[in-house]
Design a protein around this ligand. Structure first.
Ligand SMILES: [Zn+2]
Length: 734
């Protein structure tokens, strides 16, 4: 992924491959986040637990939270969102709310304001299409998902007179439920249970019914509550969203909560060929396998009659919104929208492929994705989960990446490796930096880089688009505040550098890693295959480490100041500090054992341990209180170490020298001091940072002039997750 930044890589810098086979996909991007950057996305074994809000934390996150925390009363009437006065360009901290180990963070997309009006209106309707398909995610995650969602919504919107303590438990649960599109944690795949009891839920629901909730008649409500009791309260009932290897010989399709299959086992599918791979549910009816395609059907009177299928209502609504975006879309995007409408009508793969082909060739800003895309949630890895996003180009970051791309030959020439491995005309990869205006369904704030489309046939012939989602990166980074660097910085000066220049160092690191890192270097003519064929299981570590080192190397090049990319070399120091700290802090992600298996973590250890050994420029120190820190004794000496390792890794890649890379990684990348790890785990635990993250989208609003023409679209940041989700429900018309 991209911690400081990096996209997953398969030749050119791409995020597509290596997705975790496991259900709860973890980060959907290249390498793991380096701690200094963001957060561990998740430890997959971790369960939801209730954590008290840390003292002092609430004060920083605004009025809304205080309102929720004080007695836990849910604000029933949506408050008008008053924009908070703030300095231009300075956002309030992104962490808005927290339930247990889950942090709710506001995503910002200030690039939106600079768009022309037509683009803003187009973005508005594309966002509405993303909202229209959002309910599908609940149904895909569980056959009970939409019923549970409806029950929760009816209670919290008709809550007058419900015991405030119970209501607090219900709203907390609802936030987690909406944040995960059901009651399984998106990251761990595990079911989470409410704090309220079945009796409390019954009492709250009947109170809501008296308040006018559409839950009646009472007999029907009682039956509904009975039927939902196991799905909500029983931890052993469908405990996992996706269970690829359930115990006791259970069938993965039957054991998993996901609703891609009903009454179907893997055995039933032997010899069965699906017509709609990504977009259908398979159901056993009368002993026969039936494929329920997701489609809206063609409109009456069409020359070719395709009947509606599953999710016809949601897809039909998405089509209406997509149609409204059409008049504002550039021609290349009009083609994509027409294709998508056609695909949502027919459900045919050929229409989806055409949409992907036109999308890859469409450079429009804003851009969007809407469809059944990723297959991690299906135990078979075939069915696509619904996702929607709309992005706007992050111009400052894109400009930065462009200026590196303009100087790619300069940086190649000044690389520290042997001339025979330098290209004369290096080609920088194309990566877009974007802010997300909305993310729905299976797409969430923890995805900070992506490469689409997934279909190999489109990649091969038409290429793909690579994104880094800078709005999400910043939201995650801001949510951590500077707590991590404060705890692990070895001096006051380092802490201040991190505070002042940490974010800039991070963005520069990302830009250089992507733009001048991965594409650099030339292979020896002796290689007859791709380097991955020679480097084998160490290739990913080698290539990501090489791109990291290229970034670290160039922080000291005078070109960066000349380009206006950074004001002084304090930024370079901040980047080096962060690298040294990362080797220590990341140990918390290896809570057991004494070896590192994950490729990207190995890369960080390789860099820091190699430099410690060869140059002595990084030295661990232990303070009187026992705490360990990484101290950089001499920055230029550290840079020499960066150059030495970079030159060697380039040689290894160019020559396909498997033995050399194996020796390096075995010596420097795998082993660590378990006592340090135990200490780091404990220090990190005390910081009490959320483990899981849910994003709050920006909100777009249309404004009309006296002639009922749209004359503006404004963007605001609601900082209220629950109200936003209730608004989405109203839009989706459930
Ligand atoms: Zn990378």
């Amino acid at each position: 992924m991209l911690g400081r930044g990096d996209l997953r890589h398969n030749g050119r810098c791409q995020l597509g491959e290596e997705r975790p086979a496991f259900a709860g996909r973890g980060p959907k991007h290249g390498r793991d986040l380096k701690e200094r950057a963001l957060v561990s996305l998740v430890s997959k074994t971790q369960q939801m637990r209730n954590v008290q809000h840390p003292a002092g934390w609430a004060a920083s996150v605004g009025v809304l939270l205080l309102c929720l925390a004080a007695g836990g009363a849910f604000c029933q009437t949506p408050q008008p969102q008053q924009p908070q006065p703030q300095q231009p360009g300075v956002q309030p901290p992104s962490l808005v709310d927290r339930v247990g180990a889950t942090g709710f963070i506001q995503v910002y997309a200030d690039s939106f304001k600079a768009l022309p009006l037509a683009s803003k209106i187009g973005a508005y309707w594309l966002s509405m299409a993303a909202i229209a398909v959002n309910p599908i995610a609940y149904d895909q995650n569980s056959v009970y998902g939409l019923r549970e969602k409806y029950l929760l919504e009816q209670i919290i919107t008709h809550s007058q007179g419900i015991d405030p303590a119970v209501l607090k438990k219900i709203t907390d649960y609802a936030k987690l439920f909406f944040g995960n599109h059901g009651n399984h944690n998106t990251f761990t795949s595990r079911k989470f249970e409410p704090e309220f009891t079945p009796a409390e839920l019954r009492a709250a629901a009947s109170r809501a019914l008296q308040n006018g909730a559409r839950l009646g008649p009472p007999g029907r409500l009682a039956r509904e509550l009975r039927e939902l009791e196991k799905p909500i309260f029983d931890p052993d009932f469908q405990p996992m969203l996706t269970w690829k290897n359930p115990p006791n010989g259970q069938d993965p399709l039957e054991a998993s909560a996901v609703n891609f299959y009903h009454g179907v086992t893997l055995l039933d599918l032997k010899g069965f060929t699906e017509r709609y791979g990504l977009n259908s549910r398979l159901v056993k009816k009368g002993g026969r396998l039936v494929e329920e395609a997701y489609r809206a059907g063609t409109p009456p009177g069409s020359s070719e009659q395709v009947p509606p299928g599953l999710y016809a209502r949601e897809l039909g609504l998405a089509i209406q919104y997509l149609s409204r975006a059409l008049p504002y879309a550039p021609d290349s995007q009009k083609r994509v929208i027409h294709d998508l409408i056609r695909y949502y009508q027919t459900g045919e793969r050929a229409d989806w492929i055409q949409c992907g082909i036109d999308w890859v060739r469409d450079p429009s800003n804003p851009d969007f994705s809407n469809g059944f895309v990723e297959v991690y949630k299906d135990p078979r890895g075939v069915k696509g989960a619904i996702q929607g996003f709309v992005t706007v180009v992050d111009e400052p970051m894109n400009r930065l990446m462009k200026s590196f791309a303009d100087h790619v030959a300069y940086f190649e020439q000044r690389a520290p490796w042997d001339t025979q491995y330098k290209q004369e005309h290096p080609q920088p990869p194309l990566v877009h930096a974007d802010e997300t205006l909305i993310e729905t369904g299976d797409f969430d704030v923890t995805t900070i880089g992506d490469n689409l489309p997934n279909e190999a046939e489109i990649h091969a012939q038409y290429g793909s688009k690579s994104f880094i989602f800078t709005g999400s990166m910043r939201a995650l980074s801001s949510a951590q505040g500077h707590k991590v660097s404060e705890e692990f910085a070895s001096s006051q000066a380092e802490m201040e550098r991190a505070r002042k220049y940490g974010d800039l160092a991070e963005e520069l690191f990302t830009a250089m890693h992507e733009v001048i890192g991965h594409g650099s270097g030339k292979l020896s003519p002796r290689l007859t295959h791709e380097p991955a064929n020679y480097i084998k299981e160490y290739y990913s570590t080698l290539e990501e480490t090489r791109a990291d080192l290229m970034a670290l190397w160039n922080f000291w090049d005078p070109k960066l100041i000349e380009m206006g990319a950074m004001p002084n070399y304090e930024v370079a120091k901040a980047a080096y500090d962060a690298e040294a700290r990362a080797a220590l802090v990341q140990l918390r992600e290896v809570p057991t054992g004494d070896t590192i298996e994950e490729d990207h973590r190995r890369g960080t250890q390789l860099i820091v341990n190699y430099i410690r050994d060869k140059t002595g420029a990084i030295q661990p120190i232990q303070r009187a209180d026992g705490k360990v820190y990484m101290v950089i004794t001499e920055y230029q000496r550290m840079r020499q170490g960066v150059g030495m390792l970079l030159a060697e890794l380039m040689r290894i890649k160019a020559e396909g020298d498997y033995d050399a890379v194996k020796a390096l990684i075995t010596r420097y990348g795998i082993h660590f001091n378990p006592a340090w790890r135990d200490q780091v785990v404990e220090r990190y635990r005390k910081l009490d940072l959320p483990t899981y993250w849910v994003g709050i989208n920006p909100e777009l609003e249309l404004h009309y002039d006296a002639h009922h023409q749209i004359d503006d679209v404004t963007i605001s940041y609601p900082r209220d997750f629950l109200q936003q989700q209730l608004r989405y429900t109203r839009i989706a018309g459930e």
